[in-house]
Ligand binder design. Sequence first.
Ligand code: FES
Ligand code: FES
Length: 162
Amino acid sequence: MSEPQSSFRVEMTINGRAKHATIEARKSLGDFLRDDAGYTGVHLGCEHGVCGACTVIVDGKAVRSCLMLAVQADGCEVTTVEGVAQADGTFHPVQAALREEHALQCGFCTPGIVCTLTALTKGDQKPTEEQMLAAMSGHICRCTGYQGIRRAITRLAAGEAA
Ligand code: FES
Ligand code: FES
């Protein structure tokens, strides 16, 4: 009997750039993005789907990159926190709101929160404050007490972010 295939050739777009790679079948998307593709803004905390720090955007949806295999992203468009701002460095409104409201301290949780809120507010989607707060139930922040994050969400819901 032949051995099962352990690596696969995949193609995906990461932050607008095409990426081709041969990836071990067991490698998580988070490990691939950090270790192989160099996007170290993807933070791995719990590595079992609880803390939300590893959240990235795959085909417009926020996903936990520790729970998704990299090979499952074959053909997908992936955005990490490095790809959220505009090309000239102008902050995305989510980033601007978090900065304005001092919604981070160590910043470990922040890339995941940015990606979740960015996916929710994509295009002309206008999530309510309650919907954005509910999405935060998937993120653990050990520093801020969440109050700055809540204020940033209030600002976003009111359309006040720069
Ligand atoms: S590292 Fe993925 S949810 Fe914690
Ligand atoms: S700012 Fe430190 S974990 Fe959230």
